[in-house]
Write a protein that binds this ligand. Structure first.
Ligand code: SAM
Length: 273
C-alpha cells in the first residue's frame, strides 16, 4: 500500500499502453473518493488515508484484470440516473435508453399495465416509472440475484409502482392482461466471439440458444398475455432485425417496425398484437 497519490498517477501512466483509459478512469474514481478537482487535474501531491489507499489498490487490482469501471464503482448511469450495479446484473448500455424513450413517447392511459421481462438492474422499468408513476409496472427476471439488485435500485429511486416478480419471461402473467411488453433479452449466441470481452458480466444476461431463443419464447408468451392491440418492443443485435421481425410475424403480430440506434444500426423492433 502506498499513501502518496502521485504514486497511483504514475502507476496508471505506466499501464496506459495496455489500458488506454486507465488514467481517465482513475481520475473519475478519485472524484468518488471526494479528492478535490484541483488535485486530480494537477496530479498534485495528496496524502491518502489508509482507507483511501486500500480503495486505490483494489481499483488497480480489479481494473488490471479487466473488471469494468461500473462494477468497480458499483454505479452506472442510465437516462441521467445513477443505478447500483454489480456482477449479478448486466451493465446498462446507452442504446437501451432508446427503448425507454420510445415507451415515454407512447400515449398510454393511466391504468395501463406494462411488463418488462429480463429486468436485470431494473434500469428500464425504473426509468419509465420515474417519468410515469401512474402506470402499473411489472418487472421480472429469472435470476433471483438480479432481482436483489433491482430491489436496491427501486429503493434508491423510490419507485414503488414497480412490482418485481421472479418468472421465466411472462410465464406468471394472465391472458390478455398487459398493454405493453418490453424486453432487452440475452441475444448473443453461446459461441459469440464477443463473450470473452464480457466475462465479468452474467452469462445468463448475454446468451441464449441460437441467439434468438429468448425472442421466440417471449413473443410466444406475449401473444397470449397482451390485450388486443397491445404492444411489444425488443432490443436486439444489429444483425437480428429480420429474424426478430419474422418471429413476430409468425406469431401473428402486426405493424412490425424496426428502428436504428445512435450509430445507425438496427437496434429495436416493435409490433402490435
Ligand atoms: C440483456 S439483460 C437486460 C438487463 C436490463 N433489462 C438492461 O436492459 O440493462 C437480460 C436479462 O434477462 C434475464 N433473463 C435471462 N433468461 C431469462 C428468463 N428465462 N426469464 C426471465 N429473465 C431472464 C437475465 O437474468 C438478465 O437480467
Amino acid at each position: 500500500m502506498n499513501q502518496d497519490l502521485k504514486y497511483y498517477f504514475s502507476l496508471a501512466r505506466s499501464k496506459e499502453p495496455q489500458h488506454q483509459n486507465i488514467l481517465r478512469d482513475l481520475k473519475y474514481f478519485l472524484k468518488s473518493l471526494e479528492v478535490s478537482d484541483a488535485i486530480i487535474t494537477l496530479e498534485d501531491e495528496y496524502d491518502l488515508s489508509a482507507e483511501e489507499a486500500l480503495k486505490l489498490d483494489t481499483f488497480f487490482s480489479s481494473y488490471l484484470v479487466g473488471k469494468p469501471l461500473d462494477y468497480i464503482m458499483n454505479e452506472s448511469e442510465f437516462m441521467g440516473h445513477k443505478f447500483y450495479v454489480d456482477s449479478r446484473v448486466l451493465i446498462p448500455r446507452p442504446e437501451t435508453e432508446l427503448i425507454v424513450e420510445w415507451v415515454l413517447g407512447l400515449s398510454l392511459n393511466k391504468n395501463s399495465t406494462i411488463f418488462e421481462v429480463g429486468t436485470g438492474s431494473g434500469c428500464i422499468a425504473i426509468s419509465i416509472s420515474l417519468k410515469k408513476n401512474e402506470l402499473k409496472i411489472l418487472a421480472g427476471d429469472l435470476s433471483e440475484s438480479a432481482l436483489e439488485v433491482a430491489r436496491i435500485n427501486r429503493k434508491l429511486h423510490n419507485t414503488y409502482n414497480v412490482t418485481y416478480v421472479q418468472s421465466n419471461w411472462l410465464a406468471c402473467s394472465l391472458e390478455s392482461s398487459l398493454d405493453l411488453v418490453i424486453s432487452n433479452p440475452p441475444y448473443l449466441k453461446p459461441n459469440d466471439p464477443h463473450i470473452s470481452d464480457l466475462d465479468h458480466e452474467p452469462l445468463m444476461a448475454l446468451t441464449t440458444e441460437n441467439g434468438s431463443q429468448s425472442f421466440f419464447q417471449i413473443a410466444s408468451q406475449a401473444i397470449y398475455s397482451l390485450k388486443f392491440g397491445g404492444r411489444i418492443i425488443f432490443e436486439h443485435g444489429y444483425s437480428q432485425a429480420e429474424e426478430v421481425s419474422n418471429i413476430l410475424k409468425d406469431f401473428g403480430y402486426k405493424n412490425i417496425t424496426t428502428c436504428k440506434d445512435f450509430q445507425g444500426l438496427d437496434r429495436y423492433t416493435f409490433a402490435n398484437k
